[in-house]
Design a protein around this ligand. Structure first.
Ligand SMILES: O=C(O)CCC(=O)C(=O)O
Length: 259
């Protein structure tokens, strides 16, 4: 059983659907992040999916209630940690990584799986942070072209403190900056998946939360599900573009509600 205090609110679930990411900062035992970073520093080759065998302390991160609460909220209580796992080390001097999507770019109308990016060491802007573009998860992208794009308006570098886990939609556009520091940047990537359909919300749901009327004046300042799903516009696109993903957002929400 998960303590309800760790479950997401309606607004947080709606924001994940719209923005395509959610940041968790679990209160991990003292020394855990440093210990994991040290073990990763010393690895001579990449163990791929066996990273959790080589560094079993990673399970303490995966099992932390703050992370589990978000996973239960978005994927249901029976979610699984899939076997694809990967350690991404950016050593000093390593170049940027071009924009891409890990998924197949299919404008999915369900939230059935997504990634968790865990950073055991503080990541500064110079250390080659992962860079995400909120709101791009429902965009059909020409993969070859997107690799040539440079900075994108409203991109977000994941400049984070040690222990942060960024949960990102599988189709969210992302890349990395170059590492211009003298420090190794570590990230361990996990893949989480739903195993059961929802028959009801699995987060801290309040039915009253759904009754707020539309308010065109709120736009990106909306603080309730209806207005966030309708008006949230993290990319700042025009209305003729924006309307195309509203239906997808609604379908994602309805399937999470168990409809
Ligand atoms: O190393 C990173 O920050 C990102 C890695 C990445 O983009 C990927 O694995 O798809």
């Amino acid at each position: 059983m998960i303590n309800k205090e760790h479950l997401l609110t309606d607004v947080e679930v709606a924001r994940f659907i719209v923005n395509g990411y959610h940041i968790v900062e679990p209160d991990l035992p003292e020394g855990l992040n440093e210990g994991i970073a040290r073990q990763l520093d010393e690895l001579e080759s990449n163990p791929g999916a066996a990273i959790t065998d080589v560094v079993p302390d990673l399970w303490q991160v995966l099992e932390h209630p703050a992370l589990r609460g978000v996973l239960v909220s978005l994927l249901g209580p029976d979610y699984e940690v899939l076997s694809p796992r990967h350690w991404h080390c950016k050593p000093p001097g390593s170049d940027h990584m071009q924009w891409h999507q890990d998924g197949t770019n299919n404008r999915a109308t369900r939230i059935d799986h997504f990634l968790g990016l865990y950073y055991p060491r503080d990541v500064t802007a110079e250390m080659g942070p992962t860079i995400i573009v909120p709101g791009t998860q429902f965009r059909n992208a020409p993969t070859d072209r997107m690799a040539t794009y440079t900075n994108i308006r409203r991109q977000v570098p994941l400049v984070v403190k040690a222990g942060t886990v960024a949960l990102t939609h599988y189709d969210l556009w992302h890349g990395t900056a170059a590492n211009r520091s003298g420090v190794k940047r570590h990230m361990v990537k996990f893949h989480f998946q739903r195993t059961q359909e929802n028959s009801e919300p699995t987060w801290n749901h309040d039915p009253e939360e759904l009754n707020r009327p539309h308010d065109w004046n709120l736009r990106d300042r909306a603080e309730d599900v209806n207005n966030i799903l309708t008006f949230g516009n993290p990319l700042g696109v025009s209305q003729s573009d924006h309307y195309k993903e509203r239906a997808i957002r609604r379908k994602c929400w309805n399937s999470l509600m168990g409809g």
